[in-house]
Design a binder for this molecule. Sequence first.
Ligand code: THU
Length: 164
Amino acid sequence: MKKQELTISFTEFESENELSKEEQQLLQKARAASDLAYAPYSNFHVGAALLLENGVIVSGNNQENVAYPSGLCAERVAIYAAGATYPDIKIKAIAVTCKSTQFHVSEPLSPCGACRQAISEYEMRYKSNIKMILAGETGKIRVIDSMADLLPFAFKAEELKKNR
Ligand code: THU
């Protein structure tokens, strides 16, 4: 038996103003995307904005469905839009934010497991880390350098191979 440990590192900022101009701009795009979310069932509006290596920003927001599981999170709407429109262009960073019509969100959003796996795929596809910038409506901002830190045991393509 061997007990093992993993540590992750992340940075917290007290306010948006402490981010770089590029990060602030990305977060603003994520906020604008959250305003356009379609979330009539949860009333929880999430926006994501991806910065590509070519400077393009691709946004997305959660799209809900009356058959609840048919809906999709903002992060996957955005990353699949980027994959569909700009294949082979690396994704440098993703800003994600949320707000509710029922309560105030003062903590950074924590992406769901499925979105972590989906984002992880693009880190592996482009062999390049994706910086995560996570925010609530107000409060601290959490920045993580790579999705691998948020999902250390991601399911990987090697696991589908016989002789690994
Ligand atoms: N949601 C996202 O868009 N991203 C997340 O990381 C967590 C949850 C959405 C899904 C659903 O439309 C609503 O938030 C409530 O779960």
